[in-house]
Design a protein around this ligand. Structure first.
Ligand code: URP
Ligand code: ZN
Ligand code: ZN
Length: 475
């Protein structure tokens, strides 16, 4: 079924122009003015922006963590993502030491397959490198198209890998064309500081932040960057929160290293004072790395604007306050780490970024969509509106003013970290491969409607051509 999205302002990472988009069979086949095509459904986008669908490169859906499981699974999480303007998520597939990687990937496929309503891919966690991993990893990259590997430098005795494992993963990634992602905090020192705080009777949520200072994020970021340089490999630092880490990334990039960074909406808008909320409510704001002093926010905005950081991930990792965050009553180290952010990522960046003059509208598209498509092997199928690209499109009304609230959100969780925040703009309709998933603010998609994305190797996305179409694009 053909569709023409008419009279919107089309915005990509490069351009802003008024026009129409003709979609056929899920693909953008023509972009122009006053387009017509027999039998095409007309979708009016007057007064709206027409953006490429958001790509969220960092989600944890249906993930066991901290003695419980995230409140949002692939169905509720991706419905919320779609409401928020995100049409692709890349989720972290956890692995178990000593167990085949293929089993972990099959397990993650089973979680997502009949549930996801938007397209999805997986990153693969690496916590050890041994003969089995050396044999299996290239297969995961080749056969599964999982071209990004995640190493945790923190969460001692849970996920943390040692530096040797990180270095060997970087070497493997270099050889096979994958991007290594790190959670960069010094887990060993944090482990000591946490034990000391608890011994001294400091059990409240604020001590989560006090035992994970920015120096430990900066140190781990610098260490990972240095090892990347030695391995001549490529590194993506997830959830960067502070000036210390930004500086290490900037320094590595100045030296010509392939080091990239992501931050998240929570670090741009919330600060450490939220952890001091009374009645244990501070637990709602427990992320790792933690929220920082407000002064770090400017460093993050500057880094997004000047290209030292390239992307925005949600780090969606939702836990209910009741029954889940409460696991840490009397011991902050038992509060499950993470929060619900998948739905508001896109609009928060528009509202706090574009509306407040911190970033341009094209930079906005770049950081919420295009850069992730390029870094994670999806461009130009995803991440732009171009002839031959998937018709993943957000029709966004920039005139709407609204207040974020758990009362109205679609995530399966009992609070919203951005409760009460006033934002400008809202996705009105969202299409994935040319099909409405959100239409006039109502969900019309289908559980299982999302497709698994076999991704290209690192560095190959930008060289790839879009699907071959007849000259002129129309079919
Ligand atoms: O607190 C966080 N960030 N939770 C999710 C897991 C992770 O470290 O990304
Ligand atoms: Zn992390
Ligand atoms: Zn995460």
């Amino acid at each position: 079924m053909k569709k023409i999205i008419k009279n919107g302002t089309i915005v990509t990472a490069a351009d802003t122009f008024f026009g129409d988009v003709l979609i056929d069979d899920g693909i953008v086949v023509m972009i122009g003015v006053d387009l017509e095509s027999e039998g095409a459904e007309i979708v009016d986008a007057s007064g709206c922006y027409v953006f490429p669908g958001g790509i969220d490169p960092h989600t944890h859906l249906d993930m066991p963590f901290g003695g419980t499981v995230t409140a949002d699974d692939f169905e509720t999480g991706t419905i919320a993502a779609a409401y928020g303007g995100t049409t692709t998520v890349i989720d972290f597939c956890l692995t178990n030491k000593g167990k085949p990687l293929a089993d972990a990937v099959a397990h993650w496929h089973a979680k997502a397959k009949d549930k996801a309503v938007v397209d999805y891919g997986f990153h693969l966690m690496v916590s050890e490198v041994n003969d089995d991993v050396l044999r299996e990893l290239p297969l995961m990259i080749e056969k599964e198209g999982i071209t990004s590997l995640k190493v945790f430098m923190a969460y001692k005795n849970v996920f943390q890998a040692d530096d040797g494992t990180l270095y060997r993963t970087l070497l493997l990634a270099k050889e096979h064309g994958a991007l290594v992602m790190v959670h960069a905090e010094n887990g060993d020192v944090i482990d000591y500081l946490v034990a000391k705080a608890l011994e001294e009777g400091n059990t409240d949520p604020i001590h989560h932040a006090l035992t994970r200072p920015p120096e430990l994020e900066g140190e781990a970021t610098g260490r990972a960057a240095e090892l990347t340089g030695m391995a001549d490999s490529q590194l993506y630092v997830v959830h960067v929160t502070c000036a210390e880490a930004v500086n290490k990334i900037a320094e590595a990039r100045r030296r010509g290293l392939k080091v990239y960074g992501e931050t998240c909406p929570q670090y741009l808008t919330l600060d450490v004072s939220y952890l001091e909320k009374p009645d244990f409510e501070g637990a709602k704001y427990v992320w790792s790395p933690p929220l920082r002093e407000k002064s770090h926010q400017q460093a993050l905005w500057d880094a997004l604007w000047n290209g030292q950081l390239q992307t925005i991930g949600s780090d969606q990792c939702s836990f209910n306050f009741k029954g889940q965050k409460e696991l840490g009553l009397g011991d902050f180290s038992k509060i499950p780490n993470g929060g619900p952010t998948i739905e508001d990522r896109f609009t928060l960046l528009y509202s706090e970024g574009v509306e407040k003059g911190r970033i341009s509208i094209n930079k906005f598209v770049d950081i919420v969509s295009t850069s992730s498509a390029k870094l994670f092997g999806l461009f130009p199928q995803k991440g732009t509106i171009a002839i031959g690209s998937d018709a993943d499109i957000v029709i966004f009304d920039p005139k709407v003013k609204r207040t974020i609230s758990a009362e109205t959100h679609h995530m399966n969780v009992d609070y919203n970290a951005f409760e009460g925040m006033e934002v400008v703009g809202e996705p009105v309709s969202v299409l994935v491969r040319g099909e409405f998933v959100i239409r006039d603010k109502a969900f019309v998609g289908r559980a299982g409607g999302g497709r698994y994305l076999h991704r290209k190797r690192f560095g190959q996305a930008e060289q790839a051509a879009v699907k071959k179409l007849p000259i002129g694009g129309a079919r």
